[in-house]
Design a binder for this molecule. Structure first.
Ligand code: TXA
Ligand code: MG
Length: 356
């Protein structure tokens, strides 16, 4: 299949720019499009064949449900039923934006879209390209992240091309996604409500409306460790994994730095292609130490979590391009956006974290 890539300008967007993409969606085809979190791989949420095509293009297990994207709060009732008041309160406060809600699904929404579940994940993205595409298509758009299953989510069109070129109909290139981490997922079908995946909308922000909100056990635990399976089926799969082995070190900052230096030297002695994922504050001293013997990728300043979030997936992909076999990284403190960043980093490391 030939994949067409079109470029659009977020700031000067006209409905005509997205006519062809909307037509593809309406006819059951697949279009990768930008959202403020990551790029999505979209199809008509009411077309079971389109949903099956999404799973096939990503190589994703079909029991892992898709997120349904809408362009207006009024469209919630097209996909969900028995919607609690708190859903409207959350929508009022955080939509359009990086928050996904799990609600009971409407009978006519195909089970292919929800991975066989009776619930549906719904989100209203704030990226103007995503919003206009949904409006032009005239249907809610089912879209997982636009990456091959197991690879980091895509935050720019180039990454989508790497993963999905030849497998989908169209890619809409509007530059980098602003946030860089996938949306926060909140399950509103249980009591108390639970965060199934941390994201840019933090637990602290959600507590303003749901004081007793908690984290699903799968958020902090290693898959397989907990007695109950994770509530978001996607959280049970190994994700975001670079091809090399990533190890995270946590503890006193100076001690962590010394440990990473020692581990990197050992890895080099063993003849391995070695990589370091570091904060801006440490970059110069690591470069001074290793020169170009080690691949050093910088996440941005430790104090700027928004910057770290926006570059994390791109950096993880770059280690693959370099063929890194061993990668060492420092942990970030938990809480706020740090929780979401650490959640993704831990998955990338296959939960290999060592206390120093
Ligand atoms: O930011 C995002 O959410 C991006 C953009 C494209 O919107 N989408 C995204 O989709 O990250 P995906 O498919 O890569 O991740 C969706 C997650 C999966 O872990 C899936 O298991 C979970 O949401 N999920 C979807 N529907 C669910 C449901 N009904 N119940 C529980 N978890 C659900
Ligand atoms: Mg994904």
């Amino acid at each position: 299949m030939e994949t067409e890539t079109i470029r659009v300008d977020r700031e000067h967007l006209a409905p005509e720019d997205l006519k062809k993409a909307a037509t593809i969606i309406r006819k059951g085809g697949l279009v990768a499009f930008p959202t403020e979190t990551v790029y999505g791989l979209g199809g008509d949420a009411f077309d079971p064949t389109a949903s099956k095509r999404i799973y096939a293009a990503k190589g994703r297990p079909s029991d892992n449900p898709l997120i349904v994207h809408i362009a207006d709060i009024s469209e919630l009732t097209r996909v969900a039923r028995d919607i609690p008041q708190v859903a409207y309160d959350l929508a009022e406060k955080f939509w359009p934006g990086p928050l996904t809600m799990i609600l009971n699904k409407r009978e006519d929404l195909p089970r292919e879209t929800t991975g066989g579940l009776n619930t549906v994940a719904v989100r209203m993205p704030s990226d103007p390209v995503a919003a206009m595409l949904i409006r032009e298509a005239g249907v809610p758009i089912a879209a997982p992240s636009a990456n091959l299953s197991g690879r980091p989510s895509t935050t720019c069109a180039q990454h989508v091309i790497e993963d999905l070129s030849g497998r989908i109909d169209m890619i809409i290139d509007a530059g980098a996604s602003k946030i860089g981490l996938e949306s926060t997922i909140v399950d509103l079908t249980c009591e108390p409500a639970l965060i199934l995946r941390p994201g840019f909308i933090t637990k602290e922000m959600l507590e303003t409306l749901i004081p007793d909100i908690g984290f699903d056990r799968a958020v902090s635990g290693k898959p397989g460790d907990e007695k109950a399976p994770p509530k978001a089926p996607g959280m049970k799969y190994r994700h975001y994994a670079p091809k090399g082995e990533l190890v995270i070190y946590s503890g006193n900052r100076q001690a962590v730095k010394e440990r990473i230096l020692a581990e990197a030297e050992k890895s080099l002695r063993e003849g391995r292609k070695t990589g370091l994922l570091v904060f801006k504050e440490e970059e110069a001293s690591f470069r001074e130490k290793f020169g170009d013997k080690v691949t050093i990728k910088t996440l941005g300043s430790r104090d700027n979590e928004e910057e770290i979030a926006s570059v994390l997936f791109a950096r993880l992909r770059e280690f693959d391009d370099e063929g890194s076999e061993k990668i060492f990284s420092e942990a970030l403190s938990d809480g706020g956006l740090g929780s979401a960043i650490m959640n993704r980093l831990m998955k990338a490391a296959g939960y290999h974290i060592e206390q120093v």
